[in-house]
Design a binder for this molecule. Structure first.
Ligand SMILES: C[C@@]1(CC(=O)O)c2cc3[nH]c(cc4nc(cc5[nH]c(cc(n2)[C@H]1CCC(=O)O)[C@@](C)(CC(=O)O)[C@@H]5CCC(=O)O)C(CC(=O)O)=C4CCC(=O)O)c(CCC(=O)O)c3CC(=O)O
Ligand SMILES: NC(=O)C1=CN([C@@H]2O[C@H](COP(=O)(O)OP(=O)(O)OC[C@H]3O[C@@H](n4cnc5c(N)ncnc54)[C@H](O)[C@@H]3O)[C@@H](O)[C@H]2O)C=CC1
Length: 294
């Protein structure tokens, strides 16, 4: 079916921005700044925080706990805070303002706009390069709920609904698949060409055939057995072939409404809720689109 150009607008770019070893400047030390600080730390950023004492309680705790990762300046913002290294005219990688002075927040955001430093000004969407969203985090899993600035409170409520339907073993399963991908890359190194194709096919097969519960049960030894038993032949062994009794146990757990080898039927208690939610989201998306087209 040909793409429908009328649907290709009205959103924002959803990406997972990498901040490791980059410096983020946070201006403000209140409740909103404390959320921004947590977001920057989770993303492994180095943080400069500029705000006069007293700080929000959580922020103060984080500053005390992580002095190597957070540099706090107990004062108001100065323009030179945008520079990481004044000698080299090197700027910070990102700025979040969360202060209670609209004119100053606006001024800082405009400075950043001029310098092309990506900026979020908590209360001035028009000057933001990006918005925050409501976040679901479980280990490496990250879900961002955004209403594209239309309703932050609804984003918060939708996030809570999503959180309630994510199976508890998801984080462990993702961690294990991450380790497996590394192991396969060690065994068959190289990028692109046939080796990449084989790796990708094997990983797609594995993720399709094994349940979250089974993947979550893998350990170093069973991972080795899985790779040894299947990688060279290009097949994915069944969980019972690799884990024996252990797989049977996870199978028993998963059998509460689902069958082995039919991953799409797993978490049967949860699936209707997810389906209802996705259907609801699609419906509201369509409603918004139909409104936009009027
Ligand atoms: C555009 C955006 C820019 C940005 O801040 O990045 C923005 C802007 C504004 N928020 C305002 C108000 C509120 N914000 C919250 C809460 C959150 N706001 C967040 C994001 C965003 N807020 C971005 C778009 C998000 C999206 O696209 O959906 C969340 C999701 C993430 C986070 O901030 O970390 C976090 C929930 C986190 C969680 O729970 O997990 C609440 C709820 C509460 O406080 O309980 C209220 C009061 C109720 C309400 O208004 O809904 C106002 C003042 C409006 C006014 O003056 O009336 C503005 C300015 C404006 O709209 O002009
Ligand atoms: N997600 C969003 O977009 C939301 C935005 N807001 C807005 O975010 C802003 C901050 O909210 P809160 O944290 O609740 O406010 P707050 O009043 O608790 O904290 C403001 C902080 O900014 C500091 N500050 C003020 N001027 C400063 C300057 N020039 N330099 C450095 N620090 C300075 C203060 O010392 C204080 O630590 C408010 O304008 C609020 O309306 C509020 C809720 C949600």
């Amino acid at each position: 079916m040909a793409p429908d150009p009328t649907t290709l607008h009205g959103g924002s770019l959803l990406i997972a921005w990498q901040l490791t070893n980059k410096r983020v400047l946070i201006v403000g030390g209140g409740d909103v700044a404390s959320g921004r600080l947590e977001s920057a730390l989770v993303a492994d950023a180095n943080v400069t925080l500029v705000a006069p004492a007293p700080l929000h309680l959580l922020t103060q705790e984080l500053v005390d706990l992580l002095p190597d990762r957070i540099t706090w300046h107990d004062r108001e913002f100065q323009d030179s805070d945008l520079l990481v290294d004044p000698a080299e005219q090197k700027y910070v990688s990102m700025v979040f303002t969360a202060i209670d002075s609209f004119p100053e927040s606006q001024r800082i955001a405009r400075l950043c706009n001029d310098l092309r430093i990506p900026v979020n000004a908590a209360d001035i969407p028009a000057l933001c390069d990006f918005y925050f969203g409501s976040q679901v985090r479980s280990g490496p899993l990250q879900v961002l709920v955004s209403t594209n600035g239309k309703s932050p409170k609804l984003a918060n409520l939708i996030r809570k609904r999503i959180e309630s339907v994510i199976p508890p073993e998801t984080a462990e399963a993702i961690e294990n698949v991450g380790k497996l991908r590394e192991r396969i890359k060690e065994r068959a190194p190289g990028v692109g060409g046939q080796v990449s194709k084989k790796r990708m096919r094997w990983m797609v097969d594995l993720c399709g055939k094994w349940s979250m519960e089974d993947l979550a049960c893998l350990d170093d030894e069973t991972m080795g057995a899985l790779v040894d038993g299947g990688w060279e032949k290009g097949i994915v062994p069944a969980p019972t072939d690799v884990m024996g009794e252990k797989a049977l146990q996870s199978n028993g757990h998963a059998l509460n409404g689902s069958a082995k080898g039919e991953p799409e039927r797993r978490h049967a208690g949860v699936t209707p809720v997810v389906a209802a939610f996705v259907a609801g989201a699609l419906l509201s998306g369509l409603t918004v689109l139909s409104r936009l087209r009027r």
